[in-house]
Each structure stands twice: as structure tokens, then as C-alpha cells.
Design a protein around this ligand. Sequence first.
Ligand SMILES: [Zn+2]
Length: 415
Amino acid sequence: MTDRLIIHCAPWLLPISHPPLRDGGLAVRAGKIIGVGRFQEIVRRYPGAERVDHTESVLMPGLVNAHTHLELSHLAHLSQEPVPASFTQWISHMLAERAKADADKKTILAAARAVLAQQQEQGVVALADIANTGFIQELAPEFPGHLLCCKEYLGLRSDEVEASLQNLETAGEAQCCTGHAPYSTHLQLLQTLKDRAKRLGHVFPVHVAESPAENDLIRFGTGEIRDFLEQRGFWDNSFQPTGTDKKGSVSYLHQHGLLDSRTLCVHAIHVTDQEMDLLAETRAKVCLCPGSNRYLGVDTAPVEHYLRKGILPALGTDSLTSNPELSIWREMRLLAEEHPTVDPGDILRMATLGGAEALGMEKTLGSLEAGKEARVLAIRVPASIQNTAQIQSCLVHNNAETIADYTTDQEHKST
Ligand SMILES: [Zn+2]
């Protein structure tokens, strides 16, 4: 990394935190953004700075993938198969294939490493990964961005809680730990995990309201998830449903003190209007995974409502077991297809600032602002583009055809 002051110039600049700029300039020194504005103004402000031109390009902050399971990457064949008949059928199939593959650490890491390299190529600068094995942590030093690894706990039976709590005591304080979902993780375990995350200032990602079947269980303790849990011996009648058809997973988490600004509700599809208010009031974060949701056929999230309530969701790819392609660009395109009234500018905010906020990294990532890390993408766009609406639409609706040049470190690549 160089200490030289460099001004990056491009016909378009998308700061995300501010309206797009024509003929923008971005002053960078020692890996940090120190100035953002119109090119002429930035040049006046920093005389003598080295200049790098990015012709026919847009500069924007790096992307954030707020939900992955890299340790499942060796099971990519699952999402190439026909769509499963039900949510629990997919879970059963995934668990069976995982057991059958019985992959060793080397195999798991090789597949995960390949996915991580793709993420980097696609301009992802931060990921939140959920894992049971603890192997993925070893890849963090290889990734030039931020790889947040969360160790996941689950088990709904009372007699499983003690063993998990003992295991949790062995986790170092730097280790982020979380629970899988309200339908798979005992309340006492979820509460202990959340208390720990609060004490240590960690993010607490949890799968929430992914399938309609989940709400059947949370509301009444019935349905296909109950059947699945019973069949596998994961059910012991200790689960206390909310008992009303108006209160699903989000209400359940709120009722038990599990929602705050560091709780990241992943999927959050089957959420009532009142539950969205709870998310807004507690400033809990939401991560949408349109590609995974489409494959599993679990419906689409109420994106327009979230935005109207002042909630900016993050985007995540989930794993290759439920999503045939792990690309935040594709997630943006799918979301735009499914929600044509959502402003493409908001979709770009979700993929950048929304993700940074979800990971508690909004002070350093997610937008082009002075003081943040200079993790910037230079993306080639057609010269014919005339206005900001066109540029936002071009980025959200297209993929490789127009996005020709990524770089996460302008200082190295542009010389
Ligand atoms: Zn997931």
C-alpha cells in the first residue's frame, strides 16, 4: 500500500451515501478515502496529487455478501438438482448429502476457497459466513477483504443445551457465535448466545421467517417442521409456540429479548406488518437472499415494505446448496426482477451500505466517504449512458456484459 495521494477520476461516481456524481474524483491515500467530489473540485483541493483515469467507468464501493455458508461449497450439486418438493425435504436431502460426502477438511476448504476467490473477483469486500466446522476461519487471512466467520449452534431439545453451552465456553472471545434459527435452536441456547454476542459487541445473525412452515411451528408448534424434527428425534415438547397466527419468528425473537441493532435476521420473508415495525423499532438488521429463496420456492421478501419502514436490508447469497450461483450481482438482478417498483438506487444501497450496516462495518465500508476504507470498484459501463437512472439500472440489471473491470485496491491495480 502506498502513501502517495492519488485522485481517481471517472465519468461516474456512485458514493451510495450521496447522489451519484458526474465527472467524479476520489482522493485516496494509504488505503483510505480522503476526499470525494466533482473531479475539478477534488483536483483543486489536492494539488500535485497523482491522477488515475478510469475511462468509461463508474466508481462505487465494494459489495458486501451478508450471508454465506462457505463450508457447504463442496455440495454445489444440490442446487443443480430439481427444486425440492418442500423446505424440510430440502433440509433432509442436504443433511443426507453432507453426511454421504463425509468430506474432509481439505476438500471443504478447497471448494470454499474457490468460492471465496470468485467473490473477490466479483468485487465483494466483506462477507459474513456461518459455519459449524470452524474450518473457514483459516481462509480469512487469504481474503484481502473482511471475512466474518460465525460459529453456529443448534439443537432444540432441552438435553442438548448443556453440551452446547459447555462447548460455547471454549470459544475464544474474538469468535463470533450464533444460533441457527428459532425453529432449530433451543430458546435458552439462543438467549445465551445473544447475551454473549451483546457482551462482546458481536453481530448475531440468525435465520428467521424463511419458510411458511417455520411460522406454523413458531405459532402453534405444528406443521412439516414439527414432523421433520420428530422424525429425526430433535423434538422433546419443550418448545413454547407463540400461540397466535399474528406472531411468527420475528415476534418470538422480540418477545424473548433477542432483537437489537446487532441482530441480523436472515431471509425475513414471512413477516407481518407489525413484525416489520418491531424490526424498525429495535433497529434489527435484515438480510435478503433472493437467489436461495427462488430456488427453494419459499416466496419473496416484502422489500417495498421494508424500505417504506426505513429498513435498508442487506443482501446475501446463502450457500451453493440452495443457490446455483453465488453472486451479489445476480442477487441484485433477481431482486429487481421480482420487485420492479423498487428503485435500482436502493438495490445498490442494499448490496453495499445495507450489507456494511448488517455486519456493523458501516464506519469503514459501504459507501465512498472520507475516512472509509478505499475498497472501491471500477466498473466499465457503456459510454452511451447519459444519466444516473441509466447507470443504476445498468448496474442492477446487467452482469458480466457491462461489468468488465473490478478492483478492490485502486492503488495497486491502476498504476
Ligand atoms: Zn443460511
